[in-house]
Structures are given as C-alpha cells and as structure tokens.
Write a protein that binds this ligand. Structure first.
Ligand SMILES: [Zn+2]
Length: 81
C-alpha cells in the first residue's frame, strides 16, 4: 500500500505545481479556464475572456465607452463575481 500512497502524494504535488505555474502567468496552463463572455449594455462591446486571455475582473471599465463593470452583464461562463 506504501507505493500507492506515494503515487497519490506525487500526483497531489504535481497538481499543486501546475496550479502555481498557472498563477505565474503560463498561458498554456490555466487553473481556472477563462470562459466568460461579458456584454456592455451601454455600447454593445463584448469582452470575451478566452479571446482576451484575461479575466473580466481585470477590466476596470469598457474600452469603448468607458462605462464600469456594472454596465456589463455576463452572457456565458460559470464564475460569479
Ligand atoms: Zn461599453
């Protein structure tokens, strides 16, 4: 049973390392997939997290009309904010 436990432990370490790598900005490894799409009610601008390669939460305001995040609503994606 010792070897199985060791393997399990190794897997957990690998997961932790992958998580850290993702937080370090490696775009090939993302701990949380950026799959949200947000729509600006004011001007119709669409922020696609996957396309932009960054989270909507990093967007302080609409790049088109300058409205804040409260003017956006989420079209798709799993995360609440
Ligand atoms: Zn806008």
């Amino acid at each position: 049973m010792g070897t199985l436990l060791e393997q399990l432990h190794k897997m957990q370490i690998n997961d932790a390392v992958e998580d850290l790598t993702a937080k370090g900005g490696n775009q090939n490894v993302t701990a949380h997939p950026l799959d949200g799409i947000y729509y600006c009610k004011a001007c119709g601008y669409i922020f696609d997290e996957k396309k932009e390669g960054k989270a909507f939460t990093t967007l302080s305001h609409c790049p088109i009309c300058g409205m804040g995040q409260q003017q956006f609503f989420r079209i798709t994606g799993e995360r609440e904010f």
